[in-house]
Design a protein around this ligand. Structure first.
Ligand SMILES: [Cu+2]
Length: 206
């Protein structure tokens, strides 16, 4: 994302240097639109931040984060989720600590709070909701219409992911982040699937 932004700005500078043409105007507008989504701009509201440890699934009624697979997401391992809003855009960050080392996990924003059962978190949040559920059509199940936060841990079991979308959540429509067994598939018929649900964290997304 930052590389793209640099390129856009760079190009704008070059074009402006070459003279004020219609092209310069168009590219300048694009650059301004991107800048308004930049994390450097002040957010219009306080970021949502959740920083908790994974508890056993049996404690779902009280805990803010639960694990359904203590081998891959150990009890006491840590998770942090942040949500920032920039105008009509949203940026979400996921960070985990003390998970299994050197391993890729899928992760997404889901519609319902975590519960004792992995399925309690409901389906993925979709900006444009697929009329066919469960949604495995890549037209809807893709990282522009959903929030995908796949990550790969390092040898210490730490991992981090960020996602940016050009829309905001519907109020109360996004309640959790679910960590899955494997990287998220992108092909039709399986798009958005990422294997078993290993863990879940409640996030009061705005
Ligand atoms: Cu998911």
């Amino acid at each position: 994302m930052s590389r793209h932004k640099f390129t856009t700005r760079h190009r704008r500078l070059m074009v402006v240097g070459a003279g004020a043409t219609a092209l310069a105007g168009a590219i300048g507008l694009a650059a301004t639109a991107m800048a308004s989504q930049s994390p450097a701009e002040p957010t219009s509201w306080k970021p949502v931040v959740v920083k908790v440890k994974f508890a056993p699934a049996g404690e779902a009624a009280e805990a803010d984060a639960v694990t359904y697979n203590t081998e891959l997401v150990p009890e006491g391992s840590r998770v942090r989720v942040k949500e920032f809003g920039f105008g009509d855009a949203t940026r979400i960050e996921l960070r985990v600590k003390d998970l299994a080392a050197d391993r890729t996990y899928g992760a997404h924003v889901h519609t319902k709070p975590c519960g004792q059962l992995p399925t309690d978190a409901g389906p993925h949040y979709q900006n444009e909701v697929d009329p066919t559920q469960p949604s495995v059509d890549s037209k809807y199940a893709n990282p522009k219409n959903e929030v995908w936060l796949d990550l790969t841990t390092n040898r210490d079991g730490t991992g981090r992911a960020t996602a940016g979308v050009d829309w905001r959540f519907r109020e109360g429509g996004a309640r959790s982040v679910v960590i899955h067994e494997m990287a998220t598939a992108t092909h039709d018929g399986h798009a958005g699937t990422a294997g078993a649900r290993l863990a879940c964290v409640n996030v009061p997304f705005k």
